[in-house]
Design a protein around this ligand. Structure first.
Ligand SMILES: *[C@@H]1O[C@H](CO)[C@@H](O)[C@H](O)[C@H]1NC(C)=O
Ligand SMILES: *[C@@H]1O[C@H](CO)[C@@H](O)[C@H](O)[C@H]1NC(C)=O
Ligand SMILES: *[C@@H]1O[C@H](CO)[C@@H](O)[C@H](O)[C@H]1NC(C)=O
Ligand SMILES: *[C@@H]1O[C@H](CO)[C@@H](O)[C@H](O)[C@H]1NC(C)=O
Ligand SMILES: *[C@@H]1O[C@H](CO)[C@@H](O)[C@H](O)[C@H]1NC(C)=O
Ligand SMILES: *[C@@H]1O[C@H](CO)[C@@H](O)[C@H](O)[C@H]1NC(C)=O
Length: 410
């Protein structure tokens, strides 16, 4: 029931926005008229005061920053997200809140539409940057009771959501899916979460679900936010190698290609990889072309550079955002980049980063590396990843696959 309601509202808004912007009467609107949608729908944001472009109830405080870390899976985004999570007590950091949105939308097979997803992502991000959890609540499953949930995705990865003030007493009968590590807490009271968020000076969100920078334009232009977008990229060959290990089941096809040496270049999986690479590249091209609306708001960072020069890169990111490099952040980075090898779980961030970053070269067969080069070539060129022409080059560590490249020139 609830899911259907969410979808319905999203579709209504999508149609409203699309019609407003493009004058397109879409397939979805046909479906909606069959569903007899109301004539004057609520905005996607359930709390109208927070809807994009509506009257603000919140004002931007001087110096306040809203940081969006845009990445894809296996690009080191958990690690880089910690640069913000660990910065100190004036940061409200969230690890992938859009997980709930994607899950809810993909459960409804009627509308698996990227246009609609990107609108939903944008509006959930906006409301969260404003410390309003009511829209996200609509996507959490099972639905929160009295604004309380034991199922907020990766709550424990957010220091701010495990602070004393947000930590309610443990309830024995309730299973906490994402348990705080610093202290034992009961289910998350989202009202307390929102209050904690409002107390913090800065807010940061990490996501691997937004692919198109263009789709965030309204968010960037919202006068209630001073948004800074950091797009994190990594060598797509390394990303594939890493995903084949981390998401083993989903990558069975690639594994079979690795084993038998042949890759059907027309396959859906290969097409998907190509589509993803193209979206990343288009976003980066847009950001680097510096349209007015993104002026001083976009930075491109390669994971490989962060792994090699973590302190310098962190300093650059903080400078770009306009927040100080705190001693807590320095300590965390030192500890977690020089630490000796630690068994790494899927989301582990503790590693000897300069060593780890090249490991993939021994984990991916040459034929797969070749396929990636073929379909992701243009983005590899843009980001400065060198092609290999043989198995020997791939595994020869004295040959660097990274061009020294400066993006974001002043
Ligand atoms: C998504 O929906 C919009 C508006 O209804 C439509 O224009 C677009 O073609 C759809 N995209 C996909 C991938 O179905
Ligand atoms: C809407 O948001 C504002 C400010 O964030 C809040 O004061 C208000 O109570 C919210 N209204 C509802 C109905 O949630
Ligand atoms: C914003 O608030 C003002 C005064 O309350 C009102 O006149 C105006 O219509 C509102 N604008 C929007 C877009 O709601
Ligand atoms: C959640 O916290 C708010 C603010 O302290 C409180 O008013 C509310 O009763 C709490 N909700 C529950 C279900 O305990
Ligand atoms: C981390 O890896 C680099 C590169 O292999 C190596 O030089 C360095 O000694 C390693 N550091 C630690 C603490 O293991
Ligand atoms: C690795 O590359 C270097 C530089 O091109 C070359 O001198 C060396 O012989 C290569 N090593 C192997 C094992 O092929």
């Amino acid at each position: 029931m609830r899911n259907k309601y969410v979808i319905l509202v999203i579709c209504i808004v999508a149609v409203v926005v699309i019609e407003k912007e493009n004058n397109i009467i879409s397939k979805v609107s046909d479906k909606l008229s069959l569903l007899q949608a109301p004539q004057t729908p609520d905005p996607l944001c359930f709390n109208c005061s927070n809807a994009p472009g509506e009257n603000s109830t919140q004002f931007l405080e001087p110096g306040q920053k809203h940081i969006l870390l845009l990445a894809t899976t296996r690009t080191g985004s958990s690690f880089v997200g910690e640069f913000f999570n660990q910065i100190g007590s004036n940061m409200f950091y969230m690890f992938e809140p859009l997980w709930h949105v994607e899950r809810t939308l993909s459960h409804n097979t009627d509308f698996p539409n990227t246009t609609i997803s990107s609108l939903a992502y944008r509006d959930v991000l906006l409301s969260l940057f404003l410390c309003d959890f009511s829209l996200l609540e609509q996507f959490i499953s099972p639905p929160p009771q009295d604004h309380v949930t034991p199922a907020l995705f990766r709550r424990e990865s957010s220091k701010a959501l495990c602070e004393e003030e947000v930590c309610t007493p443990v309830i024995r009968t309730v299973f906490e899916r994402y348990r705080c590590k610093t202290r034992r807490c009961g289910p998350l009271n989202l009202t307390l979460a929102s209050e904690a968020c409002l107390r913090k000076e800065h807010r940061a969100i990490k996501t691997v679900r937004v692919r198109q920078l263009e789709a965030l334009r309204l968010l960037v232009e919202d006068p209630r936010l001073d948004i800074k977008i950091i797009q994190l990229v990594r060598d797509p060959r390394a990303v594939l190698a890493s995903r084949m290990v981390a998401f083993s089941k989903k990558y069975q096809t690639w594994k079979s290609w690795a084993a038998n040496g042949e890759v059907p270049i027309e396959d859906e999986e290969v097409k998907r990889l190509q589509g993803n690479c193209n979206q990343l590249r288009e976003s980066a091209e847009l950001g680097l072309s510096r349209p007015d609306w993104l002026e001083n708001r976009y930075m491109l960072v390669r994971y490989e550079d962060i792994a090699r020069y973590p302190m310098q890169k962190a300093a650059e990111m903080y400078r770009f955002i306009g927040i100080p490099f705190t001693s807590q952040a320095k300590e965390w980075i030192l500890k977690n980049t020089h630490a000796s090898e630690v068994a790494s779980g899927v989301y582990s961030t503790q590693k000897n980063s300069s060593e780890q970053v090249e490991k993939w070269r021994f984990g991916i067969p040459f034929n797969l590396a070749q396929v990636v080069q073929e379909v992701c070539g243009p983005s590899m060129e843009l980001f400065g990843y060198r092609f290999v022409d043989s198995e020997e080059t791939l595994v020869n560590k004295s040959i660097s696959l990274l061009e020294e490249k400066l993006f974001n020139l002043p």
